[in-house]
Design a protein around this ligand. Structure first.
Ligand code: ATP
Ligand code: MG
Length: 191
């Protein structure tokens, strides 16, 4: 029945959140033990990010957020780790969703500049308080303006994402204005 499907949907969502938390915890534990294993492959980053963003959009049709992609329409081949890079983008998009009010736009985009690829995730959410911005990549850090919100989190997503970007020879940065929104940029060298 419809009601049963609804319950099953809840169970499925909870179990996939649990699986993703477990995945993060294991990755952080392994990282702390002995660094990160990178396995490079040549991939079309546009297709990779398109697919990921679409999947997140499909899974959150009831979230009342607007998912906007300004990703280019043409292929872009890059030698990178096809598992680790999506983990970063997934974390950034999940954060954008968690820390945005209903009706907000969540935008993914990409641009090339001076041999670097910049992947951006932009939201119109609560932003990060200026006095706490320097702590955002710390393990277990959660800002005070979101602690009262109905969001769950362990403060590990960005710690892990930053370490992944460093290992891929890139970087992770952001610009945020409290009450206006945040832009996270994952930068990665094209060669
Ligand atoms: P999780 O481990 O599940 O990702 P989390 O989302 O709290 O938990 P991080 O992703 O590491 O942890 O983010 C750390 C903190 O940075 C968040 O708790 C929040 O305070 C702030 N933050 C991150 N992204 C955003 C964003 N897009 N808008 C506003 N605040 C953000
Ligand atoms: Mg997070």
């Amino acid at each position: 029945t419809g009601e049963q499907k609804e319950y099953l949907g809840e169970v499925q969502k909870a179990s996939s959140q649990m699986a993703s938390l477990l995945d993060t915890l294991l990755r952080v534990a392994r990282l702390d033990e002995g660094g990160m294993m990178i396995e490079r492959k040549t991939v079309d980053v546009v297709a990779l990010l398109d697919g990921l963003f679409d999947e997140i959009r499909q899974g959150n049709r009831d979230s009342r957020l607007n998912f906007v992609s300004t990703l280019p329409k043409t292929k872009l081949l890059l030698s990178t780790d096809p598992v680790l890079l999506p983990i970063v983008v997934q974390n950034l998009v999940t954060n954008a969703m968690k820390y945005s009010p209903k009706g907000g736009n969540i935008t993914i985009g990409m641009k090339e500049e001076n041999g670097m690829l910049h992947i951006t995730v932009t939201d119109e959410g609560v932003g990060i308080p200026p006095e706490e911005q320097e702590r955002v990549f710390e393990k277990f850090f959660r800002a005070k303006n979101i602690r009262h919100m109905l969001t769950s989190g362990t403060g590990l997503g960005l710690y892990l994402s930053k370490r992944i970007m460093d290992s891929l020879g890139g970087r992770l940065s952001f610009v945020s204005e409290q009450g206006k929104g945040t832009v996270f940029t994952a930068t990665i060298p094209k060669e």
